[in-house]
Design a protein around this ligand. Structure first.
Ligand SMILES: Nc1ncnc2c1ncn2[C@@H]1O[C@H](COP(=O)(O)OP(=O)(O)OP(=O)(O)O)[C@@H](O)[C@H]1O
Length: 458
């Protein structure tokens, strides 16, 4: 076995004690990197060292070459070490029963001796094929969000967002101010948190505040805190959010909503790194990093005088635009599946997936509310849906023309409605055609015709 072989060819382990057969089998499998073991011990040693994907196993091994006991023992030990390996059993005449027992014990397939190389070759090829598919599947499942934690728990497969996360990772450790620009629900807070966690301030607190959600009159106290008796109702001295985030990061969402007088106070903090609580007399030094975000056009606000230019440049040394969900190819479905798993687990319902019509609808939707909208729709669907699959209707994405622009005429609307109803019935009935036909009140042949017409696979 050359080094090249091990790198490029799939590995096949042949467990066979007959030297003649060993030679023949080795010769028959040129396409694989083959290795031969004549006993259980040798088989296990090679298994540990080489991790072959497929194994052919003769049940009659020494010290019991005419029985099956050693073969079964070997099978059991192989599967204990490598449950994903495909083990193909070789059984002699009249050993069909043992072969079936071996399958029940976890073997993948069997063939009858004397060896028919064509037949065995086909079984081995198929075993490799299935093994590769399963390995690919496992790899994809491992990459399923939730299990992979990207920056701040963010989930994405879109290159546009990978660029964003790379930028954030880079600026996290630099001493620069960062402004995130993006529509509501695009994940700005999640990214700000990711930035904090990737920065040397990760041991400090991450505090978030939405400036648009707090009335102007309270915002100053929220940010800077107040001394006892500073105003009616100030019954005790309270720290502001800037102070609470000392040593950490303060995320100011909707920074464009800060009124002008407060902009001045914030600028002073950024320049001098001290704050004064409302009603306080002494400046308090605070080491807080500010990360801010907005969906507004701050440059236009600077131009019309509603946002201070000097503050803008203090806050926006690095500006990171965040693309909307609809501009991230593949992310909507990826995130829908993630939220489905998350809420399915939380509610203790079994594993569920999106039906084909739901996938199409999720891909076509414009997502004006971005990830937040998607999360809300999936959460509601996870609660309401009954079948194993979540449909477009469950997600409330099934109005005629959803995401597709206007319909041309009534026939097109009927067509679309028919297609949705069929997709829904098929997914609810888990593709059982008779059950779906009953649900739709049509005969089986009619449903077959309709499925053909609407491009559903039978
Ligand atoms: N890529 C993502 N992966 C996983 N969850 C996400 C992702 N993007 C957003 N979310 C989730 O969507 C919701 C909205 O995200 P977030 O609050 O970060 O958005 P935002 O841009 O700050 O919104 P707003 O400006 O309206 O406050 C949160 O529950 C967040 O956890």
């Amino acid at each position: 076995m050359s080094r090249m072989d091990t790198i490029t060819k799939p590995k096949l382990l042949i467990v066979e004690d007959d030297p003649g057969l060993q030679r023949q089998l080795r010769w028959a499998y040129e396409d694989y990197s083959t290795m031969v073991a004549g006993s259980r011990e040798e088989a296990l040693t090679l298994l540990r060292a080489e991790e072959p994907a497929v194994i052919t196993l003769d049940l009659g091994l020494p010290p019991d070459p005419d029985g099956v006991s050693e073969g079964f023992r070997t099978l059991k030990e192989i599967l204990a070490l490598a449950p994903q390996a495909k083990v193909i059993i070789a059984s002699g005449h009249n050993e069909r029963e043992s072969a079936l027992t071996a399958i029940a014990a976890g073997a993948w397939d069997f063939y009858q001796k004397p060896v028919d190389f064509d037949e065995l070759g086909a079984i081995v090829r198929r075993a490799f094929h299935v093994q590769a598919l399963e390995a690919e599947n496992r790899r994809l499942m491992a990459n399923v969000p939730g299990e992979v934690t990207m920056l701040g728990g963010l989930i994405t497969a879109a290159p546009e967002m990978h660029k964003v996360t790379r930028t954030i990772e880079k600026v996290a450790s630099a001493n620069v101010s960062v402004m995130l620009l993006g529509a509501s629900g695009t994940g700005k807070e999640l990214l700000a948190k990711g930035l904090h966690e990737a920065s040397p301030r990760a041991k400090g607190s991450f505090i978030a505040i939405n400036c648009a959600a707090i009335p102007d009159t309270l915002l100053e106290s929220e940010l800077f805190g107040h001394e006892k008796g500073a105003f009616t109702g100030a019954v005790k001295t309270t720290e502001g959010k800037i102070e609470m985030a000392d040593g950490g990061t303060l995320f100011l969402d909707e920074i464009g909503d800060i009124p002008l007088p407060l902009q001045v106070k914030l600028l002073r903090f950024l320049q001098e790194r001290v704050i004064e609580r409302i009603g306080g007399r002494k400046p308090i030094p605070v080491d807080t990093r500010i990360v801010c975000a907005t969906h507004r056009d701050l440059k236009a606000m600077v131009a019309d005088g509603s946002f201070r230019e000097d503050l803008y440049y203090r806050l926006a040394e690095i500006v990171v635009p965040i693309p909307g969900l609809a501009e991230r190819p593949g992310d909507a479905v990826l995130l829908a599946r993630h939220f489905l798993r998350k809420y399915g687990k939380e509610m203790g319902v079994g594993a569920r997936d999106l039906s084909p019509d739901a996938i199409a609808a999720v891909e076509a939707w414009g997502w004006p509310g971005n990830v937040r909208e998607l999360e809300n729709r999936v959460k509601r669907a996870a609660i309401m849906a009954e079948g194993k699959f979540i449909t477009a209707a469950d997600l409330d994405l099934d109005e005629p023309g959803a995401g597709e622009g206007d319909f041309i005429n009534l026939r097109a609307v009927r067509d679309a409605a028919e297609k949705r109803a069929i997709g829904h019935a098929l997914s609810v009935c888990e593709h059982n055609i008779s059950a779906a036909a009953r649900m739709l009140g049509v005969s089986r042949p009619t449903l077959y015709d309709l499925m053909k017409q609407h491009d559903f696979s039978a």
